[in-house]
Design a protein around this ligand. Structure first.
Ligand code: MG
Length: 259
């Protein structure tokens, strides 16, 4: 780790860092409390675009973690932010859930299936053949193709679920159009998060559990990075990557004293 001063701002991934399958990980509550006690500005990040920040805050509360909805940043919010900056007051055909449609509405977007500026794909559990057909035809007709995040599968108790990246691949195969993915590992996700909390890259630390999303995007965004080993990355895997995090620790409990 560099000899930078303690970070004023913190970005932390949610799954695999603070929670795992709905359970708070040891140290997560104390870490969040330390951020509050030290008056650090922070956001909890997730690539999951299904839920609104309010829904996620309630889910975290059931796990025993108190995170205000204002401190949650999803790929849906990052996507809405990005589109509002690119084309203010635009329109979109959306395949996704409340997390995405709410974010787009609040960003001043109109949701329509007639001649939209964008087709925006997010996470949902109710993909329909009809909706995908509509999306394909709109992209063919010239709508620009955006997706919240490139993850191809998501976890569930029963096994993998096809996620946004897999459905995007279906639309790409049909149309030849590649989407622009806004969520991790696109550092755009962190840039918009920093904007939200008025943070700066040189005084911000990112905590994550994945080398190929959290850590690489953190490095590209110029953040200090901390990898925790409570999620998808094992210690032996770290050296396989052509980049390295600033610090590797066992769990979020080891990050408390860095705040
Ligand atoms: Mg994670």
């Amino acid at each position: 780790m560099s000899d930078r001063r303690p970070s004023e701002c913190w970005l932390t991934d949610m799954d695999g860092v603070l929670v795992h399958e709905g359970q708070a990980l040891p140290g997560a509550a104390d870490f969040l409390q330390r951020l509050v006690d030290r008056e650090r500005r922070f956001l909890v990040l997730t690539n999951n675009s299904i839920f609104t920040p309010r829904d996620l805050a309630a889910r975290l509360a059931r796990s025993g973690l108190q995170v205000p909805e204002e401190a949650i940043w999803t790929s849906a919010l990052a996507t809405a932010d990005f589109l509002a900056a690119q084309l203010p007051g635009g329109s979109a055909y959306v395949i996704g859930e409340a997390g995405l449609t709410t974010a787009l509405h609040e960003a001043g977007y109109t949701i329509t299936d007639t001649d939209p500026d964008y087709v925006v794909l997010g996470e949902t559990r109710t993909y329909s053949f009809e909706a995908i057909t509509r999306a394909i035809r709109l992209v063919e007709a010239g709508a620009r193709f955006i997706a919240t995040n490139p993850d191809v599968t998501g976890p569930s108790a029963e096994g993998s679920l096809p996620a946004t990246g897999s459905v995007a691949a279906l639309i790409t195969k049909a149309t030849g159009a590649e989407p622009y993915f806004v969520g991790k590992p696109n550092p755009m996700m962190f840039r918009s998060a920093l904007n939200r909390i008025d943070g700066h890259s040189e005084s911000t630390t990112m905590v994550g559990d994945r080398m190929d999303t959290d850590i690489v995007a953190g490095i590209e965004a110029g953040l200090e990075t901390v990898l925790v080993l409570t999620g998808s990355t094992r210690a032996a895997d770290v050296t396989r990557f052509p980049f390295r995090p600033g610090r590797v620790v066992d769990s979020i409990a080891d990050v408390i004293d860095l705040v």
